[in-house]
Design a binder for this molecule. Structure first.
Ligand code: ADP
Ligand code: MG
Length: 388
């Protein structure tokens, strides 16, 4: 428990370190899985520092002089890095918790989970009953905050859960309602006919999300048993009314978008044809559009025109990216050597979303060999502390 408390404290200090940034890019490496170990995969991705990630190219042929001459290690710097030991609580506290007061004040914010199928996106966003993810934790904090201030303010928190599949919008809380249209009016971007429910407890939220997730378009591809071919978007709206002044007047409206993106593996990788190929093209297009928008926002001096119209996803988020809105991108990778290509693509995408200049001059060479050792030592120490 002491260890847990310390970890949460550290996450809080991380959150404070980045709280003034409008764009935060984090990387989460999940633990290596049984299946990966069974096929002889080894860990090739490590967090070296609080925010540096190293990916090692697993050489197929160590005698290949051309390849061996190249550095096998590539390092990436992000705002935050999480490895397999990071808990759901730590990830939530350092990336998302500080967004809550902003949303209550009426600012919009969005959090994206990016990565290939199986890299851990749904674990981070939805999680499980025992280890709830960002979605339930954020709503829980909103409920607590509302309770705390209910004397002078009246809040209403509602949620909608939708998917964007092949550039079409479906209501995951009311799947029978067919495809929904995006409208832009004086109040901003709206999905016409989307159901909005008010939830009271974290339990209720989790149940609704789990049920909604079963409605997501998930179909088998050659590479994966079930890969999510759609973006799942949880839209939380906080409407505030001033109790003291005027009960009917809406004072502020803040929106929080929590998004479990479609698997980023490229269509080319999954030997897709026909329907699967069209899905792949749509996914690539929207992920590319999102990357472009975020990249433009990260460069304050850029005079480039931000093209939201390139995809449904960026159109939906038009009022929630840029300006005073906070954006958090959590990219996900597997640490296993069998997923090297996917991990490299994800790291490149996240790196491009916000290129953070490396302050460390010295090249980190072959560092992951040592890191693997340290990781073992840390795990042992943790276990020891837990036993105490
Ligand atoms: P994605 O949504 O990116 O396809 P999932 O979130 O479904 O991937 O994760 C794939 C598998 O790995 C699931 O069985 C999940 O429980 C597990 N997993 C993912 N991230 C973690 C983590 N940080 N700790 C433990 N298990 C994880
Ligand atoms: Mg998923």
């Amino acid at each position: 428990n002491e260890l847990k408390r310390m970890a949460t404290k550290l996450s809080e200090s991380d959150a404070i370190r980045i709280q003034d940034q409008n764009l935060v890019v984090a990387l989460r490496i999940r633990p290596i899985s049984e299946e990966e170990i069974c096929v002889g995969a080894t860990p090739i991705a490590h967090c070296v520092d609080k925010n540096m990630v190293v990916l090692m190219d697993p050489l197929e042929d160590p005698d290949d002089i051309l390849r061996a001459n190249r550095s096998r290690e590539k390092q990436y710097v992000f705002d935050l890095g999480f490895d397999g030991n990071a808990t759901q609580e730590e990830v939530y506290v350092s990336t998302c918790r500080l967004l809550i007061p902003n949303v209550i004040k009426g600012f919009n914010a969005s959090v994206f989970a990016y990565g290939a199928t199986g890299a851990g996106k749904t674990h981070t966003m939805l999680g499980t009953d025992r280890e709830p993810g960002i979605m339930a934790r954020a709503l829980n904090d909103l409920f607590l905050e509302m309770d705390r201030t209910k004397e002078d303010m009246s809040y209403k928190v509602t949620m909608s859960y939708l998917e964007i599949y092949n550039e079409m919008i479906r209501d995951l809380l009311n799947p029978g309602s067919g495809f929904l249209e995006l409208r832009e009016d004086a109040k901003g971007v709206q999905v016409a006919g989307l159901s909005e429910v008010s939830a009271r407890s974290t339990r209720e939220v989790m149940d609704m999300l789990m049920k909604g997730n079963k409605e997501r378009t998930q179909e088998p591809t050659a590479a994966n048993k079930t890969s999510s071919r759609s973006h799942a978007v949880l839209q939380v709206t906080v409407r505030q009314r001033d109790r003291v002044r005027d009960i009917l007047q809406e004072v502020r409206v803040g929106k929080l978008f929590l998004i479990d993106l479609a698997g980023s593996e490229r269509a080319a990788n999954t030997q897709n044809t026909g329907k699967r190929m069209i899905e792949g093209a749509h996914i690539n297009r929207s992920l590319l559009a999102l990357g472009n928008v975020i990249n433009t926002l990260s460069d304050k001096n850029s005079s480039r025109y931000v093209n939201y119209r390139d995809s449904k996803l960026t159109r939906l988020l038009k009022d929630s990216l840029g300006g005073n809105c906070k954006t958090v991108m959590i990219a996900h990778i597997s640490p296993a050597s069998v997923h090297f290509e996917e991990s490299r693509n994800t790291l490149a995408y996240a790196d491009r979303a916000k290129h953070i200049k490396t302050k460390v001059k010295k090249t980190v060479m072959e560092v992951s060999h040592h890191i693997a050792q340290y990781n073992n030592i840390i795990t042992e120490l943790r276990e020891e502390v837990e036993r105490l």
